[in-house]
Ligand binder design. Structure first.
Ligand code: NAD
Length: 412
């Protein structure tokens, strides 16, 4: 169920390019080809369907699995990449710009594929299974979740006692959030904003909503672009961290009056809402990098506007009654994926190596694992860290015996 199979050669080039820059996944793929740890199993991958994800799908296929993919966001699917995947023997249910109904249909069609194992990003696939297909949910061996928002939803489901199978919290592995959320989001958000607007960043006031792992990356890269940065937070510890990192901190209602570019990345909703829009600076650019398109309240935007038009590809221009304009990028969806290619390949190499190894882990340990949210085992995290250093040709020191003893003793 895809847009156009004739786009496959263009998509294949994109996959080939990232494959050259994902050394850990290359190594895992070779190993999987030999061992076939998922032989005969069915796997669904629900992620942003661009080239790096495609290479993950091919890696999982190399493990002997039959693989189907569906998108985790209607605006992040690249039709050429999906076409190439189909030519590589992967089943696909996704196209760019799917309506809400089409998006849900794609998730359901993917579930009709009767997976044993799954990868989810944001929790829509797992939520559909539990809300609409509880009998099928009981047959799932396990899976892995990609992002902060998805893990929050899984934990809520588990707390209510309804989670039917074990899920690995890939986002919470160190080799994920320290690099993907921070450096990946940091770089790709600015790539997307700059290519979409073709405007300058230096000297502008950039307001970053949320100083978590992603927000830190977005703010750090904005500093590198010579922006003046304001952070908004609700957590006093994070607010202190932002202050000590050298940023201004204030409530959104104050920031709204001075900000030129707003990036929300909290995993929460209504970070920019009516009371902020009422005082927002003319020609402010709004975008979101959090998982769902609820961080900028689009209903409030529409309610305050006399007209809305497409000002440029991926930019909606809202004109308010008093003549002020604000611009919303990528419909308020994850800007780095809706208006760009997502994280750099080298970063996704780490995340997707964690995904591939977590799938094997959940399948191999299926008899012991309960229907809970599990952290990725430390051995997997460290293994990926070592493989990355190896790929870069970087060596590090090893503890001497004396040092090791010293660290493990309480006597002088
Ligand atoms: N765009 C991407 O490619 C990408 C990559 C990874 C994660 N994500 C998503 O980004 C979001 C954030 O992820 P994270 O890993 O940074 O999470 P995090 O939990 O580390 O950080 C979120 C921060 O937002 C703050 N926050 C919550 N409500 C707020 C409010 N009303 N105002 C201001 N701050 C508020 C929290 O205190 C926290 O510090 C999630 O939805 C996650 O799924 C996106």
């Amino acid at each position: 169920m895809i847009r156009d199979i004739s786009l496959a050669p263009k998509g294949q080039l994109k996959i080939d390019w990232v494959a050259q820059h994902m050394p850990i996944l290359n190594q895992l793929k070779k190993d999987f080809e030999k061992r076939k740890p998922l032989a005969g199993k069915r796997v669904i991958i629900c992620l942003h369907l661009e080239a790096k994800t495609a290479y993950l799908a091919l890696t999982v296929k190399a493990a002997g699995a039959e693989v189907a993919v569906c998108g985790s966001n209607p605006l992040s699917t690249q039709d050429d990449v999906v076409a190439a995947l189909v030519q590589n023997g992967v089943t696909a249910y996704a196209w760019y710009g799917a309506t809400d109904e089409e998006y849900k249909m794609h998730l359901n069609k993917a579930l009709d594929f009767q997976p044993d194992i799954l990868i989810d990003d944001g929790g829509d696939l797992v939520a559909t299974l539990h809300a609409e297909r509880p009998e099928q949910a009981k047959k799932i061996v396990g899976g892995a979740e990609e992002t902060t928002t998805g893990i929050l939803r899984l934990k809520a489901l588990a707390k209510e006692g309804h989670l039917s199978f074990p899920m690995m919290a890939v986002n919470d592995a160190q080799m994920k959030y320290l690099f993907d959320n921070r450096y990946g989001t940091g770089q790709s958000v600015w790539d997307a904003i700059m290519r979409t607007t073709n405007l300058v960043v230096c000297g502008k006031v950039v307001v970053v909503g949320g100083y978590g792992w992603c927000g830190k990356g977005v703010a750090a890269r904005a500093r590198g672009l010579n922006a003046r940065i304001v952070v908004t937070e609700i957590d006093p510890v994070k607010a202190n961290e932002a202050l000590m990192d050298g940023f201004e901190v204030m409530p959104m209602v104050e920031a709204a009056k001075i900000g030129d570019v707003f990036v929300t990345v909290t995993g929460n909703r209504d970070i920019v809402r009516r009371e902020h829009l009422e005082v927002i600076k003319d020609k402010a650019i709004l975008c979101n990098a959090g998982h769902f398109d609820v961080e900028v309240n689009k209903e409030d935007l529409r309610a305050l506007s006399t007209s809305v038009r497409i000002a440029r590809n991926n930019i909606e221009e809202y004109t308010f009654r008093d003549g002020r304009k604000v611009y919303l990028l990528g419909e308020g969806r994850l800007v780095n994926l809706a208006c760009g290619d997502g994280h750099p390949a080298e970063v996704m190499d780490l995340t997707f190596a964690l995904q591939a190894m977590s799938l094997e882990y959940v399948f191999t340990n299926r008899e012991q694992l309960e229907p809970k949210v599990y952290p990725v085992p430390e051995e997997i995290d460290r293994k990926i860290a070592q493989l990355r250093l190896q790929a870069l040709g970087v060596s590090i020191d090893e503890l001497t015996e004396v040092q090791s003893k010293y660290l493990n003793s309480w006597q002088e």
